[in-house]
Design a protein around this ligand. Sequence first.
Ligand SMILES: [Zn+2]
Length: 61
Amino acid sequence: MAERACPRCKYVTFEKVCPLCGTETSSNWTGLIVVIDPDESDLANELNINSPGRYALKVRK
Ligand SMILES: [Zn+2]
């Protein structure tokens, strides 16, 4: 089973619905970044990521 990503917050998950924002996830995504400490990460800041986890760079619906 392929992993999916949320088109809204970019969170990567196996769920069909994003556990963070409740948006339906997509299997069409590219790029993966891992955020361990969002408060200390400039990239997380730039992407508006507030929770640790794995995120996609691009998500298509
Ligand atoms: Zn989401």
